[in-house]
Structures are given as C-alpha cells and as structure tokens.
Design a protein. Sequence first.
Length: 304
Amino acid sequence: MSRPLVWLPFDPELLGDPPAGLDYEVVDPSERVPDSVGDVRFYVTPYRMSPDVGDVLPQMTGLEVVQTLSAGVDNVRSRVPEGVTLCNGRGIHDTSTAELTLTLTLAALRGIPEFVRAHDRREWEPQWRPALADKRVLLIGYGAIGAAIEARLQPFEVEVVRVARTAREGVHAFTELPTLVPEADVVILVVPLTDETRGLVDAEFLARMRDGALLVNVARGAVVVTADLVAELKAGRLRAAVDVVDIEPLPRESPLWDIPNLLISPHVGGASSAMWPRAHRLVRDQLHRYAAGEPLGNVMSGAY
C-alpha cells in the first residue's frame, strides 16, 4: 500500500522532523498541477488569500485534509468538499498581526505619517497628539489573534473591552456593540469574514463612534463598508488605520488614497520574520497527528 501523499508549499526539510510515514511533494497548484493530484490526502495551501488556492480541490479525489497557512479561510471554505477536514492557520500569525495592530494604532494616534511627510519636506513640525495610555479599546474578535493583541495592549495602560460572536466570561457578545461602541476611544477589528461580519462596520456603526475615535481594521476589508468609512473620514470626525481593504490591491483610483486621517498598510499583518517558523511548527505538528491517526488541531467549526 502506498503512503499518504502530502502537498506542501515549501521544502519538507523546513519542518525539521516530518513524519516518515508520509510522502511529500512541493507544489503550488496555481503554477502546475502534477498528475499525482488525485492521490493527495493532505493539502497545505500556499500562503495567500486569493481563491485560486482552492481551484485544484475538485481534482483531489482522495483528499482528506486541507490545511491553510492563513487564519482566515473565507477564500476556500465554500470550496472544500464534504467530508474533507478544513484546518486554519490559527497561531501562525498571532505575533505578527498583534505587532502590526499596535504599530498602526500607535502610529495613527501619535501622528507618525505626518512626521514622515514633514521629514520628506525637511520641515520641523512638532504636534500635540493623543496617547494610547488611558484609552478604552474595544477589541472586536477575541480568538487567538485578539488575545495576542490584548497582551500587547496591556502594558500601555489601557482598558480593553473584549467582544466576540457569543458572550462568555469576560467577553461581550456582538449584540452588545450598540452600547459598547460609543464608549470606545479605539475600535480594533480582528473578526473573520462571515455572513455575520460582512458590512458589520457601516454608517450606523460609525455614527455611534465617539468624535475623534480611531478605527483599526486588521480583519478583512469587507467587514467595513468603504463608502461609509470614506464619508466619516472626509467629515473629519473619525480616524482610521487599516491593513485590509475590500478590493486588494487597492486600485489607484480608490478614494481611500486621498482621504485625510487614514493610515493604510498593504495587508501585511502576517508578513514578518515571525510567520514562517510558526507555520512550519504548526504544519509539522498537524502532520504528526495525521500520521498517528490523532485528532487534528485548528479544525474549523465557525467559532471566533
């Protein structure tokens, strides 16, 4: 009997000690689809959020597991065949995304973009800016990344209010957002993109935010209604810092490029030196569980 075949987007030697009872091929199916596609049992998708990583799934007639390297699975969830286990990259991006979230928050509050522009003009422009200290931070989405963000926020002397889809001890439910949003100085979005969260931050949500509040989006662009955010930012009432937008790459004609009080990074929450060591560890551990017939981690159940 042949050994189960695993498709990896990187050299299996990077795993350190991959299980010996499996066969491995390094494949990016957007570049080529080997004849072995029907034999694949365990598919580790390339690291990107585009839907093309799922184009090959209908050809994988022997597939048992899809393991993504992203925390979000909205690009492949609907394409995974019935009976195939979908696992996400929970734990891979916690550190990188939490670091970027703090960077965006601090940069937006303390005026770093303005200082950089003044630097380029060789102009000395001191400013009095708000601190993160003493702020109430509303953290919408309290999974692994949310917890990592909170751990990094705490030393800054803030009050963190946690929100998730359903309430649990110390965590509020989405249904409480109408009363929580008006009391927040900083609102951080770190929810997955689902039918429930798509368009969550609309004109009504934004209107509830207090004057001068900061919106930070490290979730998915479609969680925010872009036109509604543009309207609020143009009015000068709110500020925002986003790592994601609803169309990526952001088109050159997008009004977001010229909006005041907006800081944009190009979806780089997970793109740091901290990602790959954690990705390799997760995939290695998952493959050892799979080879031993043990339950896999990070199985998607819809909870966040």
